[in-house]
Design a protein around this ligand. Structure first.
Ligand code: GAL
Length: 422
């Protein structure tokens, strides 16, 4: 065989092995995950209640179909002596994981689970290294629909070439023949999106989110340039939602939560709820429910073109330090983000007009701001006529030529608009 032919054969084998062509997650996955609110305090009752609530509250109808168990579900002290399989925690998951997936399926939703590519998970439970096919087969037998594979406690070989080991799991999942969303949770390696998109359906782009405005902003900034890597079947994952999460007495304000959700939908992020769904129908949670079920915002996220939103321009006036504080008398800090859509027509777009202001919403050096978007920044002709719909107020704002300027936007809040070129 000449060297060109062998190179061709080698590279096509390489591509064949790595491609995670499993046909799932053609739009960003939507569901719930136990970690942000509950960490290790999970058991089968919580999961069963969450399955009940996600269905009866209407969240499943709005698109949230996955109920995902995160870390701490397995028996901590080892695998099955004979089969080497992972064992569900005999106390907290005494009915096993398969009974939960059967229950989820009987209610029309799906079940996800969590593992780790190293020796142990981040909370110290058995990892999957050297057991990739065994664990994939176990998950398939349990009729699991989604696997998040984490990156803790790894030997140097995995640190150096993570794509090989995540690739083993990708192949092992494919071999089971069961369509399982593969979510890569490797937050550490630089530029992981360059390889992860060939192996997984999503990949974490950043460190763990926490319930703070600073965390949300830092993640937005780190995802600013990643739009080229998202496409149907493979998504940048800026981590799970903190909308409605209350931890250690901390929570996002309504404006901050609305901004967080708006950006995540525009960025084609997986939408994994982190809040306690057993409370979702309490009257004081209505605003949380309303944010999470906004049809237009979800339609942006689920648009079949899979285009990830981009930062179009930022308006920074005054002297702003590295932490975002204003060092002059007054400051302005606004951002405009946008993306094309294919619905309701091929000439549709979505845009976010964001008054980022300073880190502290009470800082009087920043004020409400009117924010302008020019149609040319989205690639439309500069004199285009465009119908503007406000996503959060659900109002048709009329037709605007060339550009649109919002009413004053509160600090840490957004105006989120859907646009149809006329
Ligand atoms: C982290 C991961 C979190 C959560 C946690 C569980 O590495 O980023 O989302 O899964 O581990 O221990």
């Amino acid at each position: 065989m000449n060297s060109f032919l062998s190179l061709l054969l080698f590279s096509s084998l390489f591509i064949l092995t790595l491609s995670h062509n499993n046909g799932v997650a053609r739009t960003p996955p939507m569901g719930w995950n136990s970690w942000n609110q509950f960490a290790c305090n999970i058991d089968q009752d919580l999961l069963t209640d969450t399955i009940d609530q996600i269905v009866s509250s209407g969240l499943a109808d709005a698109g949230y179909k996955f109920v995902n168990i995160d870390d701490c579900w397995s028996y901590k002290n080892g695998r099955d002596n004979k089969t080497n399989e992972l064992i569900p925690d005999p106390v907290r998951f005494s009915r096993g994981i398969h009974s939960l997936s059967k229950y989820a399926h009987s209610k029309g939703v799906k079940l996800g689970i969590y593992g780790d590519v190293g020796f142990t998970t981040c909370a110290g439970y058995p990892g999957t290294l050297d057991h990739f096919q065994t664990d994939a087969d176990t998950f398939a037998r349990w009729e699991i629909d989604y696997l998040k594979l984490d990156f803790c406690d790894i030997p140097k070989k995995v640190q150096d070439e993570p794509w090989i080991y995540f690739g083993y799991m990708s192949e092992a999942l494919n071999k089971t023949g069961r369509p399982i969303v593969f979510s890569i949770c490797a937050w550490q390696p630089k530029e992981m999106y360059k390889w992860a998109r060939k192996i997984g359906n999503s990949w974490r782009t950043t460190d763990d989110i926490n319930v703070s405005w600073q965390s949300v902003l830092s993640i937005i900034d780190q995802n600013r340039e990643l739009y080229p890597y998202a496409e149907p079947g493979s998504w940048n994952d800026p981590d799970m939602l903190e909308v409605g999460v209350v931890r250690d007495g901390r929570s996002l304000s309504q404006n901050q939560a609305r901004t967080h959700f708006s950006l995540w939908t525009l960025l084609s992020a997986p939408l994994l709820l982190g809040n306690d769904l057993r409370k979702i129908r309490d009257p004081d949670q209505k605003w949380v429910f309303d944010i999470l079920t906004n049809r237009d915002a979800i339609a942006v996220n689920q648009d079949p073109n899979g285009a990830q939103g981009r930062s179009l321009y930022q308006n920074i006036q005054g002297k702003i330090d590295r932490d975002g504080n204003c060092e002059s008398k007054n400051c302005t800090r606004t951002e405009v983000w946008g993306r094309p859509l294919t619905r309701p027509t091929k000439q549709s777009y979505a845009a976010i007009l964001f008054n980022r202001a300073g880190p502290n919403v009470d800082d009087e050096k920043f004020t409400q701001e009117k924010i302008t978007i020019r149609w040319s920044s989205l690639g439309m002709p500069s004199d285009a006529k465009v119908r503007v719909k406000d996503i959060w107020s659900n109002k048709d704002l009329g037709v605007y030529q060339g550009s649109f300027t919002s009413e004053p936007v509160e600090k840490h809040n957004v105006v989120y608009i859907r646009l149809e070129q006329q």
